[in-house]
Design a protein around this ligand. Structure first.
Ligand SMILES: Cc1cc2nc3c(=O)[nH]c(=O)nc-3n(C[C@H](O)[C@H](O)[C@H](O)COP(=O)(O)OP(=O)(O)OC[C@H]3O[C@@H](n4cnc5c(N)ncnc54)[C@H](O)[C@@H]3O)c2cc1C
Length: 345
């Protein structure tokens, strides 16, 4: 059967796009070099209310609905839990942020996303109190990627290997080895910066580190967000992260990131007591200068597409944006302007 869509990259972007394309009847082949990627390292947090101002983006309800629907569908198919819903406790950082919290609590638009403001929470240092957040949780990205990879292998829709740009012919039509796909979609994460057709897009990649540990005391039953965050895991351990560094992009763990994460955790939850560190992982977020994804066709070679730039929000954003790219393939429906790479022409 001829391949219609060739996808480069099996991170969250390539995997979720492939699943949804195949659901729509497309014949797909995914090629990935098998290296550890940002999607495997990510905590997978889903948090629609972010930043100092505690704002939700205009499309957060749309993104949440698409994400929930897709992850529930995948859970039914693979009979595994991927999206773990877990409330988040936001430790307010200043008087200013406390005032923003009050404004959001009074705003009916935030009713489904916020709970109460709590002046005191046991075992948490919070001079400005804590804000309860709802519709938060995390995606078990490693389990999901492993399930999708095996599913793609079983249907002969996966190749392990590095995609060599030199092997691609683009005129008069796309040809890669024996394949003549109708579309080629690059989902290469931060490595997209080296892509000969899309590498000049304004990426602003950011390295991040996450530490895993076990505490002597009982963990809280929710995600604690204090600038960094603590994410309790089902096995009683927890993760804490993540750092942001746009200078060092070597993918290597650092003592300074570990110390930074442990010091801020200790400051907000001193009662956690001694910790046993069990791991430290590093990844590079494919972030963009204007904080919007990079999606769409190359201006001169429309069969070549990019689906990238999901920054620190891949778990929430990718399901809905994949639907937009598929509608573009199926019906020629224009991509939303804010994510379409035509904005850089
Ligand atoms: C420390 C950290 C914490 C994060 N926390 C969160 C979080 O809490 N919530 C959230 O939503 N997001 C988080 N993210 C961001 C999230 O990881 C990304 O948004 C998402 O994973 C991006 O997925 P991707 O598929 O675009 O890229 P990637 O996961 O990097 O996947 C790209 C894939 O393409 C492959 N590839 C590239 N070039 C080639 C080639 N030429 N040939 C073959 N294969 C190739 C790579 O090997 C890789 O497998 C975090 C990221 C990091 C690093």
């Amino acid at each position: 059967m001829p391949v219609e869509v060739l996808i480069v990259g099996q991170g969250l972007a390539g995997s979720l796009l492939a699943w949804q394309l195949i659901e729509q009847g497309f014949r797909v082949l995914v090629i990935d070099d098998g290296a550890e990627n940002a999607s495997q390292v990510a905590a997978g947090l889903i948090n629609p209310v972010t930043g100092l101002r505690l704002l939700k983006s205009a499309d957060s309800e749309t993104l949440l609905a698409a994400a929930h629907s897709l992850y529930r569908q995948l859970e039914c198919y693979f009979k595994q839990a991927f999206l773990i819903e877990m409330p988040m406790l936001r430790v307010l950082q200043s008087e200013q942020q406390y005032q923003f919290a009050r404004q959001r609590l009074a705003d009916p638009d935030y009713q489904t996303l916020l709970g109460d403001w709590l002046p005191d929470v046991a075992a948490i240092q919070a001079p400005f109190g804590c804000l309860q957040q709802r519709q938060t949780g995390y995606l078990r990205t490693q389990a999901l990627l492993a399930a999708l990879r095996q599913w793609l292998i079983d249907r002969q829709s996966y190749q392990c290997g590095r995609f060599d740009y030199q092997q691609l012919t683009v005129q008069p039509r796309l040809q890669w080895r024996e394949l003549q796909p109708r579309w080629l979609v690059f989902c290469e994460g931060h490595q997209g910066r080296r892509n000969p057709w899309f590498g000049n897009l304004p990426f602003q990649v950011v390295q991040g580190e996450i530490v895993s540990a076990v505490a002597a005391t009982l963990l809280p039953p929710q995600i604690i967000n204090y600038g960094h965050w603590l994410l309790p895991q089902a096995d009683g351990s927890f993760k804490t992260g993540a750092t942001f560094d746009n200078q060092i992009l070597d993918g290597l763990p650092t003592a300074s990131a570990r110390q930074q994460l442990l010091a801020s955790l200790q400051a907000v939850m001193p009662a956690l007591g001694p910790l046993k560190l069990t791991g430290q992982r590093v990844g590079i977020r494919p972030a963009t200068r204007d904080k919007q994804p990079f999606i769409g066709s190359h201006p001169a070679l429309p069969q070549l597409c990019v689906f990238n730039g999901f920054g620190a929000k891949g778990s929430l954003a990718i399901p809905w944006y994949a639907q937009q790219l598929i509608a573009y393939f199926q019906q020629g429906r224009p991509l939303p302007g804010h994510c379409n790479i035509q904005r850089f022409l």
